[in-house]
Design a protein around this ligand. Structure first.
Ligand code: AMP
Ligand code: GLY
Length: 440
């Protein structure tokens, strides 16, 4: 959107509050700060990176899921736009609370966020509205789940029905692994899933083969605007080995999303989802992330919905975005997205996640980050699990940093991102050495 269309946006008067503390929120805050309309960007609670950045104001005392606390603070501090990053405050009803008090907010309501917070909800929604996805069944009874696995055979996929920070999914290559996953999720709850009402429940679904892509759109309830395409690396280890994680690296654009795949994703997944949500009486506003599987025959199937931007996809996507993000999200918050266009840097952006020792199951905290490069306009180390303790940056989460860079082509972006990685040091640092390999 050009400033000429919105002359009131020419003077920086807008105070924006970004809710969350991950790499995604650091990247959103970094980009929002560049908007000509923005006076100040606050981040609640933020992380070590947002706290250290003089251009941002972090609010470490404000918890993202304290919906009344965040709303009260936003009202008291003249916030003109709240952007909610993670799923937990969305599932806790932060958007509903802000809207009820007239605070402009970009994000889905609690009811709409069930597309992510309940696998059972989203699978039933997709079945009802004919949105392509893997065949599935839902179980609360472990014996029935075990019997279903034996009937269907392996490989098979077991998903916890609740928020699990990307770790509630087991792609079981053997029957034994699938049975063990059911025991973990229905009995042991080893993954620390926040169960939905009715207690522990699993979705067991058909294994899909193909290449994944992250398809993320901005929605205002009526109009949909696709972001640049991206691809994430979900497995911990090189060559897509090891356990699933929240994401070990990402890049944009994703060549697997050809124009034909893009059309299918919009026409078969995104637009029917918008129409279905509206028909069900819960119009969708906010970022919507469809995790897609592009099968070898070119079909597009929905693996999952997330009701937010991806992390780490946000980091490369924000580096490529040239439009005024605050103007776009404010227009969306006011149901005025129609006519808005986004412009993108034609270069590739690639981000490498630097994770803590023990990630994903038992990440160690408190390691000191002893080396970090200086950011430039097109090479930035975004923070995720870091905390500022005095002048010292310490690790405080599983995914610690995301070294992200732009380059002419995937290879150049990859080289520049890994040049950043070489300049980072903390004990136990784990990272993949092959981010972007599918696009090379
Ligand atoms: P989800 O949170 O549902 O996206 O699952 C996390 C990851 O597990 C996905 O990104 C895929 O890599 C993998 N996955 C999920 N569902 C399937 C499936 N039906 N077939 C194959 N892989 C899957
Ligand atoms: N990177 C995948 C996600 O944000 O869920």
């Amino acid at each position: 959107m050009s400033p000429a269309q919105h002359p009131q946006l020419n003077t920086p008067t807008l105070n924006v509050l970004v809710v969350g503390n991950g790499g995604r929120e650091h990247a959103l805050a970094w980009k929002l700060h560049q908007s000509p309309s923005v006076a100040q960007v606050y981040v609640a609670p933020g992380n070590g990176g947002t706290a250290r950045d003089q251009r941002l104001v972090s609010l470490p005392q404000l918890s993202a899921t304290d919906v009344v606390g965040v709303r009260t603070w936003a009202q008291a501090n003249g916030i003109g736009l709240v952007v909610v990053g993670p799923e937990a405050p969305l599932a806790a009803g932060l958007v509903d609370e802000l809207r009820a008090h007239g605070v402009p907010v970009f994000g889905p309501t609690q009811a709409a966020a069930q597309l992510e917070s309940s696998k059972a909800f989203s699978k039933a929604f997709m079945a009802r509205h004919g949105i392509p996805t893997a065949a599935y069944d839902t179980f609360t009874d472990a014996a029935l789940a075990h019997a279903y696995i034996d009937k269907m055979g392996a490989p098979i996929v077991v998903k916890a029905d609740g928020l699990a920070a990307g770790k509630g999914v087991v792609v079981a290559m053997s029957l034994a692994e699938a049975h063990e996953a059911v025991d973990f999720m229905l009995e042991g709850n080893k993954f620390g899933v926040q169960h939905n009402a009715g207690g522990a429940r699993v979705v067991i679904e058909e294994f899909l083969q193909g290449e994944e892509a992250s398809f993320i759109v901005v929605c205002d309830g009526k109009t949909v605007l696709p972001l640049a395409t991206s691809q994430d690396h979900k497995r911990l280890l090189d060559a897509d080995q090891g356990p699933n994680t929240g994401g070990m690296g990402a890049y944009s654009p994703a060549p697997v999303v050809t124009p034909a795949v893009h059309d299918k994703a919009m026409n078969e997944v995104i637009l029917p989802t918008m129409a279905g949500m509206a028909a069900d009486g819960i119009p969708y506003t906010g970022f919507l992330y469809a995790g897609l599987m592009i099968t070898p025959d070119g079909a597009v199937k929905t693996l999952e919905f997330n009701c937010r931007m991806g992390d780490p996809e946000t980091q490369p996507i924000m580096m490529r975005l040239q439009s005024d993000l605050a103007a776009v999200l404010l227009a969306a918050a006011n149901q005025q997205l129609a006519g808005t266009e986004l412009s993108w840097d034609s270069r590739c952006a690639l981000g490498v996640v630097l994770a803590a020792d023990g990630y994903p199951l038992t990440p160690r905290k408190g390691d000191v980050i002893t080396a970090l490069p200086v950011d430039t306009a097109d090479a930035v180390v975004f923070h995720a699990g870091t905390t500022l303790v005095g002048d010292e940056l310490q690790t405080s989460g599983g995914r610690v940093l995301c070294a992200t860079a732009l380059g002419d082509g995937v290879k150049a972006a990859q080289e520049r991102a890994y040049a950043l990685v070489d300049q980072v040091a903390f004990a136990g640092m784990q990272f993949r050495k092959d981010i972007g390999y599918r696009a090379l």
